[in-house]
Design a binder for this molecule. Structure first.
Ligand code: FAD
Length: 407
């Protein structure tokens, strides 16, 4: 018998709620902990996951696999071509390895919630307890309410409630430790030899592949894994956070921001770890402007997940604000193409779109400028821009992207 953790966008071993719960349950039951990642090609196609993000995912999985192997914990990557086979693939895998309890961190997009709910039900028939945990936000979505008891719809009051909630409830004081080594008595290396021996990760579908040259370049720009995320975070705290409040809105300044968004998206860094590190770096004083401004940006990420949970219609190609449902947008293919190629003739717009194509990342101020230019100047449907961002960004995240385009 075994207990398992199913990794999704939480590719780290420190401060990973579900992994920690699985580890504790395994210890209490006296059984080994094993891990799974489901690589579902159809889901990645349906969710427009960019080639750069998938490439980073594969590279992050390698780091994770190695880190877990040092703890005698195997990580198996299950490849699924069609999403309708995901559930059976998971149930079969659990059955094969004697998994009685499976843990995962919750994803709040509608498709994922439906998939998880179905698996909870199917698990009951297959003697598998499937437990899903809140993890990705500092404060779980939809928890905070305004004075009138309603979920917040505007960021500033949300932040005013979020920040004291975080300090008062000491959310950052008990981050989950990494799992410890599987007990030698389980002889995990032998029992799960097949899982440890998996040497190749899935090959991406043709339309999701980067050229070799691009892959090599992006691997240098965006090294994978939680050690790298931690190193980037430390550098940012030591060298740049003090000036963040003044410099974060200046795309002309190199490295004004942390460039940690690909790590938050992959889950190689948790939002809690980031806020805690910023708080501790500030050394117990009341937060100075730079630290405070950065923590506030991380709260934006929480806020947009909260919007997604409270207004799931945003997952269905609908506008967040109902009054914008029936706007008659223009569909000028030439204008759209020139926007995507950075050939509009407006230097800052073009520079931003070329940064997107080169580094698969764009400065926040520039994201705002090009988004505004697409829908308010070119009058094109914002959903085309939203889609293009997802198809290209290495940090593409549904909630932040969708909200960035319209909230
Ligand atoms: P920093 O300034 O160092 O901020 C630290 C972290 O706070 C970021 O990594 C991010 O997790 C969070 N954060 C900062 N600003 C925002 C914000 N406005 N909204 C939500 N979270 C924020 N962010 C994504 O992670 N994925 C996306 O797909 C995405 N699409 C966007 C689309 C549009 C149109 C706009 C306007 C913004 C979008 N953002 C997205 C938000 C923001 O632009 C990026 O998070 C930020 O540029 C990442 O750079 P950084 O890590 O250096 O941020």
């Amino acid at each position: 018998k075994a207990i398992a953790h199913w990794f999704r966008w939480d590719l780290r071993i420190h401060d990973n709620t579900a992994l920690h719960k699985a580890h504790e349950a395994a210890k209490a039951a006296g059984v080994p902990l094993i891990c799974l990642f489901v690589f579902s090609h159809e889901d990645f196609r349906a969710h427009l996951t960019s080639p750069a993000r998938l490439d980073l995912t594969l590279r992050s999985l390698k780091v994770l696999k190695d880190d877990l192997a040092k703890l005698d914990i195997p990580l198996w990557v299950e490849e699924v071509k069609q999403r309708k086979h995901t559930q059976d693939a998971i149930l079969n895998w659990c059955q094969k390895w004697g998994v009685t309890e499976l843990h995962a961190n919750m994803l709040y997009e509608v498709d994922e919630l439906r998939r998880d709910a179905k698996l909870v039900r199917a698990g009951v028939e297959h003697n598998l307890a499937f437990n899903v945990h809140h993890d990705t936000c500092v404060v779980e979505p939809a928890l905070l309410r305004s004075g009138s008891g309603k979920p917040y719809a505007i960021f500033t009051p949300f932040f005013k409630s979020w920040e004291p909630y975080v300090w008062k409830n000491k959310i950052l004081d008990n981050l989950s430790p990494a799992p410890t080594k599987n007990d030698a008595k389980h002889n995990a290396k032998e029992t799960f030899k097949e899982l440890f021996a998996q040497s190749s990760l899935p090959t991406l579908d043709k339309e999701k592949q980067l050229s070799d040259k691009e892959a090599q370049r992006l691997a240098k720009v965006w090294p994978p894994g939680e050690h790298e995320a931690k190193a980037r975070l430390d550098t940012f705290l030591n060298d740049r956070i003090a000036n963040y409040a003044d410099r974060r809105d200046r795309p002309d300044i190199e490295n004004g921001t942390s460039a940690l968004s690909p790590h938050f998206a992959a889950g190689t860094l948790s939002a809690r770890q980031a806020v805690r590190a910023a708080r501790d770096h500030n050394k117990g004083r009341s937060l100075d402007a730079g630290h405070h401004a950065w923590i506030r940006e991380i709260c934006f990420r929480d806020f947009y997940k909260h919007i997604l949970v409270v207004h799931p219609h945003v997952c269905m190609n609908k506008a967040y604000h109902e009054e914008y449902h029936n706007v008659r947008w223009e569909y000028n293919d030439d204008h759209f193409k020139r926007w995507t190629e950075g050939k509009t003739g407006y230097p800052i717009v073009d520079a931003a779109m070329r940064q997107m194509m080169a580094n698969k990342y764009v400065h926040n101020r520039c994201r705002m400028i090009v988004a505004s230019f697409l829908c308010k100047d070119l009058l094109l449907d914002w959903r085309k821009g939203e889609r293009f961002f997802m198809e290209n960004l290495i940090d593409g995240d549904f909630a932040s992207n969708n909200a960035g385009w319209q909230v």
